[in-house]
Ligand binder design. Structure first.
Ligand code: SF4
Length: 264
């Protein structure tokens, strides 16, 4: 394993309160680290060029950039190392700016912390495996769990956006906690005046399939391809024939639930 470590100054953003040269010097002593340096602006064109050249010259196969938040430049550096022939996931970023230099004034303490954080990134990058992107079909269906006001609104937003929605509510009716309130803060509107229309919209929307008195039994899979088992509890009520659902509901006894499988 030959890890390359690049410590960024970010002008004085990092170098003002972290001794970046000492961080690089300490990292050179870490087993597996073949190269460590510090640079003024690592995300600049010359900064990225330095990484590419070091990968070729020092035969580096893992890279750590100690700089800003990965939200800012992780993709930049992934692309950089990919151009130099490495898998883009052989990169780790250590955030020594937002997590250290911007929040601490003690240079000695900041430097020690930066050394530890960069060492952790080195340990992590040594475990990284090459990853490759692929594409696959996703089920454009949404499962919303919980039919309170937030769940109902989420279901309506998705359904109005053209997605098929499965809404699962554990109690016999949607509405949730808000249905128990008289008024809502700060407008002091009656809560059912807000909830009622949403409950009707959910019940009548073509794209929403509502499972009331049901619970999630099992979830497997991953984003875009979940397999979900919904446990629909017995009600003893024939909803088509029943004309007094509330009184029928009170007389029901527990019975073996029905399991429905769906994917979303
Ligand atoms: S990589 Fe991040 S920390 Fe370094 S110069 Fe660019 S913005 Fe600043």
């Amino acid at each position: 394993m030959r890890v390359g470590v690049f410590i960024c100054h970010c002008g004085s953003n990092i170098a003002g309160t972290v001794d970046v040269a000492r961080v690089a010097a300490e990292l050179r002593k870490v087993p597996g680290v073949a190269f460590a340096t510090n640079y003024m602006y690592t995300c600049s064109e010359p900064g990225q060029e330095e990484i590419k050249q070091a990968i070729q010259k020092e035969k580096l196969n893992r890279i750590v950039v100690a700089a800003c938040s990965p939200r800012m430049h992780e993709l930049t550096f992934r692309r950089t190392i990919e151009k130099a022939g490495l898998n883009r996931y052989f990169l780790e970023m250590a955030n020594i700016r937002e997590h250290i230099s911007w929040v601490g004034l003690d240079k000695e303490a900041n430097t020690n912390k930066a050394i530890e954080v960069v060492k952790m990134a080195v340990a992590k990058v040594m475990q990284n495996k090459p990853l490759y992107s692929s594409s696959f079909k996703v089920n454009k269906r949404v499962l919303v769990i919980g039919g309170g006001v937030a769940g109902m609104q989420a279901a309506l937003d998705c359904a109005d956006g053209g997605l098929d929605v499965i809404l699962v509510e554990k109690s016999p009716s949607v509405g949730g906690m808000m249905a128990r309130l008289d008024k809502t803060f700060p407008t002091i509107d009656c809560s059912i005046c807000i909830l009622g229309p949403k409950m009707v919209d959910v019940a009548q929307h073509d794209k929403i399939k509502l499972y009331a008195y049901s619970e999630i039994d099992d979830i497997k899979g991953y984003v875009g391809n979940y397999q979900v088992k919904i446990k629909k509890k017995a009600t003893y009520v024939d909803w088509v024939k029943c004309t007094a659902a509330a009184s029928a509901w009170r007389s029901v006894r527990p019975r073996t639930p029905m399991i429905i499988s769906t994917s979303a």
